[in-house]
Ligand binder design. Structure first.
Ligand code: URP
Ligand code: ZN
Ligand code: ZN
Length: 461
């Protein structure tokens, strides 16, 4: 099967030209102008459209047992939602509990995805404990194509590691050339402040951000970077929400630490007033780190534009408003943490980034696709449009106008944090390795076609 996309404005992180893309089987085999195609090829006219490399979400949760419940999406619903929104590759956090062995956790997460995903996927391997048995298991997981780890400096008693475990994880990562992604918050400060707030009668969702102010996150980043500095490991701060945390990463980078920064579409567009909404509505907006004061938003946008922030992810973690968020109705520490956005990241970033002049098209592609591909060992197979790359393509209609709503979304959760937000543009066609998976905004792909992407470590010296 072959596919010819004609007359599109083809935009990558470092190029912008109008022309044609020819895909044979799963791969891009020709790029140019006025390309011809064999008679049996599907021909798509992309006149007036933008053509982007498939977008990569480097931080999602699809299967997530967390805070006494499970996130709502499955790989079937989650991968469909991703594709409808233009995301063709998911990097999921594999998060075994501290009671589980790393290998058993990896197999469990793999079993949730294999044969069930419509898009390609891989994992950051969560190191949620590090004891005598952990190291050989992590070596095996890396040998099986998982070139990145994840550590949590928060979530005491659940996923969080102590400093000895952190040090040993980073030492091993350095030896193997594996990059370590990290949730950075000081868990002791969170626990103590939460206890004080509850004792003072602050029980609602607004207590959540009071329990973990910006300095708590900045301390986590500083802490991670100190350990990275002394071990030489390469690290990546996930879901960076505020100026203080970004400053801590920049300070570390200036003294030679290999640290990269991710932010989320939620932090770019929502602020803490959402979590202060009355009648428990704020619970929809509880995540960690929390939504911040709006003063942080221009700092994060400027970070993206200037390259200080490398990626925009979602940290998609869908918990229903009706049945799951109320677990914390009388105690904000029990509200399942997470704000879903897998389906909407690209359209929101395009609308508020490109259309509003905050990001140029190249930077948009870089932060939503290419940089993640480069950091996590997927480039140039993913993250660009080049001969030999996988034919994951997003034919994007910049003239589309619509509104986001839970009533029309594909992701399996009962609310949309961006309900009513207008979007200016959406994917009209999305391909996964040369096969059309979305047409006119509707999923037409195949469940089970998505593959595990094996990634060699790329952070050796
Ligand atoms: O609130 C969040 N971020 N939920 C998902 C788990 C995590 O910390 O990434
Ligand atoms: Zn996290
Ligand atoms: Zn996460």
């Amino acid at each position: 099967m072959s596919l010819l996309i004609k007359n599109g404005r083809i935009v990558t992180a470092d190029s912008d030209f109008t022309g044609d893309i020819f895909c044979e089987g799963e791969t891009i085999t020709r790029l140019g102008r006025a390309l011809d195609a064999p008679p049996n090829a599907e021909v798509i006219d992309a006149t007036g459209k933008l053509v982007f490399p498939g977008f990569i979400d480097p931080h999602v949760h699809i299967y997530l047992p967390f805070m006494g419940t499970f996130s709502k999406d499955t790989y079937e619903t989650g991968s469909k939602a991703a594709l409808v929104g233009g995301t063709t590759t998911l990097i999921e956090m594999c998060c075994p509990s501290r009671q589980d062995e790393a290998l058993a956790g990896f197999e469990l997460w793999l079993s949730q995805a294999v044969g069930k995903s419509a898009c390609d996927f891989t994992f950051h391997m969560g190191v949620t404990k590090f004891d005598d048995r952990t190291e050989p298991q992590l070596r095996e997981i890396v040998a099986r194509g998982i070139g990145s780890f994840k550590v949590f400096l928060a979530y005491k008693g659940a996923f969080g590691v102590d400093d000895t475990e952190l040090y040993r994880t980073l030492k091993l990562a350095r030896e193997l050339g594996v990059i370590v992604t990290a949730h950075c918050e000081n868990e002791t400060l969170v626990a103590e402040r939460s206890r004080e707030l509850l004792a003072a009668g602050v029980t609602g969702p607004e207590g959540h951000h009071e329990s973990r102010p910006p300095r708590v996150e900045a301390e986590g980043v500083q802490h991670l970077c100190t350990f990275a500095e002394l071990t030489g490991a390469h690290v990546y701060c996930v879901h960076t929400s505020c100026a203080e945390a970004l400053d801590a990463a920049i300070a570390a980078r200036q003294r030679g630490v290999n640290v990269w920064v991710e932010t989320l579409i939620q932090y770019l567009l929502l602020d803490k007033t959402y979590a202060e909404r009355a009648n428990f509505e704020g619970a929809k907006y509880v995540m960690s780190p929390p939504l911040r004061d709006a003063r942080n938003q221009p700092v994060l946008w400027n970070g993206l534009a200037s390259g200080l922030v490398s990626t925009v992810a979602t940290d998609h973690a869908p918990f229903d408003f009706q049945s799951q968020k109320p677990m914390g109705r009388d105690d904000f520490t029990k509200i399942p943490n997470g704000i879903p956005s897998l389906e909407d990241r690209i359209n929101l970033l395009y609308t508020h980034g490109v259309k509003q002049g905050r990001l140029d098209l190249q930077t948009f592609v870089a932060v939503a696709s290419t940089n993640a591909a480069k950091l996590f060992g997927l480039f140039p197979r993913k993250g660009t449009i080049a001969i030999g790359s996988d034919a994951d393509l997003v034919i994007y209609d910049p003239d589309y106008r619509g509104k986001l709503s839970a009533t029309t979304q594909t992701q399996a959760v009962d609310y949309n944090a961006f309900e009513g937000c207008e979007i200016e543009g959406r994917p009209s066609i999305v391909t996964v390795r040369g096969e059309v998976a979305v047409r006119d905004g509707k999923f037409v792909g195949k469940i089970g076609r998505g593959r595990l992407l094996e990634r060699a470590p790329t952070h050796g010296s």
